[in-house]
Design a protein around this ligand. Structure first.
Ligand SMILES: Cc1cc2nc3c(=O)[nH]c(=O)nc-3n(C[C@H](O)[C@H](O)[C@H](O)COP(=O)(O)O)c2cc1C
Ligand SMILES: C=C(O[C@@H]1CC(C(=O)O)=C[C@@H](OP(=O)(O)O)[C@H]1O)C(=O)O
Length: 403
């Protein structure tokens, strides 16, 4: 399976292509649009989300609500585009056009067209300028922006439907911490049946008290001209054992998940199962003992988070991603003007206060894409029915004492 995105934050559109998903996945435009809507939700989002729409069009690979096995292509048009036609025009524009002040008095309107020579700390701006030889940050930030994650969520929704329809794997994403507020360690974990409740919660948090505290923490940060990071968790229920492999570092399911999650803008840490806490425990309290219960092999605990030896072990998969706080801090951070070399402060126009809530949905999409690929690596199959048959064949052919 191969997938790819293209598109700039303020360009005409984002584009996504995925090749290698089987025929027969039931998915419609409205399903992908609601996944996109979930990514826009949440406490901490800035003004852009209020007026921008994700305008989806499926261009290839799906017919009458079912995938055809051919590459799937989709486009998400940026409804902001009309304001950016000069700045982001693929063809050369008259420099005078870029300096037009429409007379609105709107700071953003005026500076949108100016060269961005005050790179923002924590963003790709400065190093991107050095690396690609640009004299301003615009061509860097346009692609470094997390606007691109809309496409990943769109492709991830198709992958998630495939996992459910072919293997009964269901994903849940939620927020477990923002800033200094954390969900208590012994709090209940959400199940697939709880997704509607999570979607309705502004903090995407399953613990009502923590949700309130998170929303308050975000309100306070916004008032203080500050920004916040946090931690999201993705759970996958219904995992078959044996996705991924111990045969090489690259083949390991946990390494693929780590790359997928770390590839989300602003993610600075990934944890599988109890991860860093496991490192502090003695071995006698770190692993998951194997027992037979009601004729089935199960674990007494799930500290490993559903993987052993780089393979899914049939328990619930549990991974976390930690995000740094939003880099465009309203209380402007120190930087230099790359045109003059003089000290100044970083540009700030509008920004999210925290991206943790949408990041949960994005992390879910990345896990979906990773698991879809791992499932197909295990089963092969050109149609959902064939994947289902192959999976059932693998599961039923295990020696009796191993099922
Ligand atoms: C959903 C989402 C929304 C984001 N929104 C903003 C934003 O409004 N302002 C900002 O400065 N950074 C935002 N970020 C973070 C930047 O994209 C990120 O800090 C930047 O690309 C550099 O991150 P890196 O060092 O991890 O590559 C957002 C990230 C995500 C995942
Ligand atoms: C547009 C989205 O997120 C954007 C991600 C982002 C960044 O720097 O990552 C910066 C902001 O955009 P702008 O600089 O235009 O205000 C966010 O709004 C989105 O998620 O759809």
């Amino acid at each position: 399976m191969l997938w790819m995105t293209a598109g700039e934050s303020h360009g005409p559109a984002l584009v996504g292509v995925v090749e290698g998903l089987p025929a027969g996945i039931e998915v419609q435009s409205k399903d992908i649009s609601s996944a996109l809507a979930r990514r826009r939700l949440g406490a901490g989002r800035g003004s852009r989300q209020k007026f921008e729409q994700d305008e989806l069009e499926i261009l290839a690979g799906i017919r009458h609500g079912k995938t055809m096995g051919s590459p799937i292509a989709l486009v998400i048009r940026n409804s902001e585009w009309p304001k950016w036609t000069a700045v982001m025009n693929p063809d050369p524009v008259d420099p005078a056009e870029l300096l037009i002040d429409a007379g609105t008095g709107d700071e953003r309107e005026i500076s949108r067209n100016k060269k961005l020579t005050r790179p923002r700390p924590g963003h790709a701006d400065l190093v991107g300028m050095m690396k690609y030889g640009f004299d301003e940050a615009r061509p860097v930030l346009e692609r470094a922006s997390a606007r691109e994650t809309a496409t990943r969520v769109a492709l991830g929704e198709i992958a998630a439907r495939f996992l459910d329809q072919a293997a009964g794997i269901q994903l849940v994403s939620h927020v477990v911490g923002v800033g200094s507020v954390e969900v208590p360690e012994d709090a209940d974990k959400p199940w697939p049946g709880d997704v509607e409740k999570l979607d309705a919660d502004p903090a995407r948090c399953f613990d009502a008290e923590t949700s309130e505290a998170i929303q308050e923490e975000i309100r306070r940060a916004k008032k203080d001209g500050d920004t916040l990071g946090g931690v999201v968790e993705v759970l996958a229920y219904g995992m078959p054992p044996g996705l991924g492999s111990y045969i090489s570092g690259k083949a390991r399911l946990d390494s693929k998940l780590a790359q997928a999650l770390m590839g989300i803008q602003a993610v600075k840490g990934v944890e599988v199962g109890d991860g860093f806490t496991t490192a502090t425990r003695p071995g006698s309290e770190a692993h998951d003992e194997i027992v037979v219960k009601d004729g089935r092999i199960v674990r007494k605990t799930n500290r490993a988070g559903g993987t052993e030896g780089g393979m899914s072990n049939g328990e619930v998969l549990r991974v976390r991603a930690a995000l740094k706080p939003i880099s465009t801090v309203p209380r402007a951070l120190a930087t230099i003007d790359t045109e003059t070399g003089e000290a100044t402060t970083a540009i700030h126009q509008r920004s999210d206060t925290s991206a943790v809530v949408p990041a949960a949905v994005i992390a879910e999409a990345m896990v979906a894409l990773t698991l879809a690929e791992a499932l197909l690596d295990k089963t092969g199959g050109d149609s959902v029915a064939e994947v289902r048959r192959n999976l059932a064949g693998y599961l039923s052919n295990r020696a009796e004492h191993l099922s």
